[in-house]
Ligand binder design. Sequence first.
Ligand code: KG4
Ligand code: ZN
Length: 330
Amino acid sequence: MKILSIETSCDETACAIVEDGRKVLSNIIASQIDLHAITGGVVPEVAAREHVLKMIPVLDECLGKFSWDDIDALAVTQGPGLISSLIIGTQTANVISYVKGIPLIPVQHIVGHVYSNWLDCEEEIEFPVLILTVSGGHNELILMKDHHNFEVLGETRDDAAGEAFDKVARILGLGYPGGPAISKLSVEGFSEAYNFPRSYLEKGSFDFSFSGLKTSVLHEVMKGDVVAADVAASFQEAVCDVLSKKLLMAFEKYNPKEVHLAGGVSANLRLRELVIERLGHKVKVRHPSSIKYCTDNAAMIGSAAYYLWEQNPSKFTASSNFIPYSSFEI
Ligand code: KG4
Ligand code: ZN
């Protein structure tokens, strides 16, 4: 079954064609990074206007040698995300569904990230799976008992890890997006140079908090005379230390068959290294097979949609039922 999917929740205009939830046949991503680098972050109105310009060219390029007759279903990110960005994707999907008579499957964005580990993966994935989704906008620890059967064990109480990376990069004048810049600079730095705070919250909690760490970095930099590479490396170490320890705690409590990393921050090599060091000898650890599946993409939405459809094919019909954007929870 071939699903054509659309993702426009933030600043990536993306379309993909995925077969049977795993095989990526086409994957086009128009990034707006250069545009948002000028303002040091995403301005929603600017992002939405760019989606309007890129949506049809990206769709055309994605379809490539395929025709609409090859497409069995459509999928779209319904939310959460920037409302003005989501509208462009959902409206486009609704119109194609209506005009071409192709069923449309709405997908929750974080559930999409969860399914990024299924993309181009030829091995059988065994449940239950413990998943750490770490992005710019979200940070969750999820126990996945079966397809689309989730228990959210913990989430961020303030900033997501990626948000903290972006803000600290801004404090250090490294530009946007901050994650890759911090991770690159950290290679030259000493990670024990600054003892930045690690917040574990109450005993046994799987929630996260990174705003105190961010403020602590700001205070240190304001004192002046800091070595930027050392600040970057020490900050990165503090984030990855907390993320990997919480993951280990959850693993010990729930004993899953696999542990997955997902979302933009799962591209971080130090995070991957620490997770392998702490859990790799106990359980199968996966991260998305390519960096382009860590950050926002439409292929993950197509994968999540396939497993939704598989559970209840008759639920999804060509849209006389219009799908609006919506910020629903997992
Ligand atoms: O998943 P994503 O593309 O968007 C959201 O759904 O939020 O994640 C983007 C986030 C940004 O905050 C970016 O700085 C972070 O992922 N990121 C990284 C790395 N690459 C991207 N953070 C740390 N290390 C990286 N290598
Ligand atoms: Zn995302």
